[in-house]
Design a protein around this ligand. Structure first.
Ligand SMILES: NC(=O)c1ccc[n+]([C@@H]2O[C@H](COP(=O)([O-])OP(=O)(O)OC[C@H]3O[C@@H](n4cnc5c(N)ncnc54)[C@H](OP(=O)(O)O)[C@@H]3O)[C@@H](O)[C@H]2O)c1
Length: 356
């Protein structure tokens, strides 16, 4: 089993074929996203919302009545204006962030904690605790390794480590809503939700490489897909451990969800070698899901009462699955958390306060 998975995502070709094959497999849906699943009165933060899946999620949650904060590296203000137009919802806000830069993540958290976030600071609601649903989406598949300002590898930073830092800073700064503050009357629906866009490729790596955690290595495109799966394993392991830490006594304080949208016709392959791009465009256009369709399970996890008050869930498309056993192992979760905190201390020079 491990060996056959090993071949599935080791290079761009097998990863694409695996994605297409998975789309045609029979799935048992976990539930259904209904038009009545509304988000009125709730604030949704979605990052990587300038393109592909993140943009489609922003449009869908805006149509369901949410106030939407799009945290984006590019596309400001154009993409937000487009979401307003497509959804008819004017409560769309855009904030700039580059997840390869720790200072940019800190600045984003500061803005999210600011009383003037929604304008005058008085009419915009409480300055703290505004986020009801956070969709942690940004991701890359680079054509080669690149070093960040802190000397980390960019894909490690964007696809995993920035998310560890960002979520912990949001928690430390009390950026999530508390059930007393939002307008929904049902207690279960008031519980904040954190949704990670992961990937089935998290099952691909045979094991964790703890000794190499956070260490920069050069690589080329051939290794990029393999590492993408490894960083999605780190992300999925983090999501399970986060749920454990946020919900220690059997009562759900936060719902933490992780999911794989399946293959999406997005801009994810933008760094693929130029000669393959025309072919990839055809394959993506014919076989992959449109971002709007791929967004459905994400919006289901955001809006459906079916999953309200669940401490953890994992969906592949609309099907419920167990995460890989490596990701659910509490020993691995604990070790990843410790190494991530140590790395944060090393690159920032100060120890992160413990929150979760
Ligand atoms: N496409 C698939 O087949 C597929 C399958 C499984 C999982 N996923 C996951 O789905 C998520 C969304 O990807 P997508 O397919 O929609 O790809 P996409 O169209 O390329 O969108 C990626 C988003 O991430 C943003 N981003 C990249 N680097 C960033 C950085 N340093 N700081 C801030 N934002 C950054 C991009 O911003 P810019 O526009 O400014 O570059 C863009 O908004 C990713 O986590 C991906 O791993 C995708």
């Amino acid at each position: 089993m491990e060996e056959s998975r090993q071949k599935k995502y080791n290079n761009p070709f097998t990863a694409t074929l695996t994605g297409i094959r998975d789309l045609f497999r029979k799935q048992t849906p976990a539930g259904e996203l209904k038009p009545t699943d509304r988000l009125d009165g709730l604030t949704v933060l979605v990052d990587g919302a300038s393109s592909g899946l993140g943009f489609a999620i922003a449009v869908d949650v805006a149509r369901r009545g949410a106030r939407v904060i799009m945290a984006c590296r590019s596309g400001i203000p154009g993409k937000g204006e487009r979401v307003k137009k497509l959804s008819g919802n004017q409560e769309i806000y855009m904030l700039q962030v580059d997840f390869s830069e720790i200072n940019s993540i800190k600045a984003l958290v500061e803005k999210l904690s600011s009383p003037s976030l929604f304008g005058d600071g008085a009419g915009g609601g409480p300055s703290k605790g505004i986020i009801d649903i956070f969709i942690c989406n940004a991701g890359i598949v680079p054509k080669q390794s690149r070093k960040t300002a802190q000397g980390l590898e960019e894909m490690f930073m964007v696809n995993y480590f920035s998310k560890f830092i960002f979520v912990n800073l949001l928690l430390q700064n009390q950026c999530f809503s508390s059930p007393e503050h939002n307008e929904i009357s049902d207690r279960k629906s008031k519980i904040p939700r954190i949704i990670f866009i992961a990937s089935e490729s998290h099952r691909n790596p045979e094991k964790f490489d703890w000794d190499e955690f956070g260490i920069y290595h050069d690589y080329k495109i051939g290794k990029s897909i393999e590492l993408y799966g490894y960083y999605k394993l780190l992300l999925t392991t983090f999501s399970v451990e986060l749920s454990r830490r946020l919900n220690p006594n059997g009562e759900t304080n936060f719902s933490v969800f992780s999911m794989c949208p399946g293959p999406v016709n997005s801009n994810i392959a933008r760094e693929a070698p130029k000669v393959f791009i025309p072919l990839l465009k055809i394959v993506f256009g014919v076989f992959f899901k449109s971002p709007a369709k791929a967004a459905i399970p994400v919006v289901y996890l955001s809006a459906s009462s079916d999953v309200a008050a669940k401490p953890f869930d994992y969906l592949f498309l609309m099907s419920r699955k167990e995460v890989d056993i490596k990701a659910s192992d509490p020993g691995n979760g604990k070790r990843l958390w410790k190494l991530s905190e140590e790395l944060w201390q090393r690159v920032c020079g100060n120890h992160p306060r413990k929150s979760a």
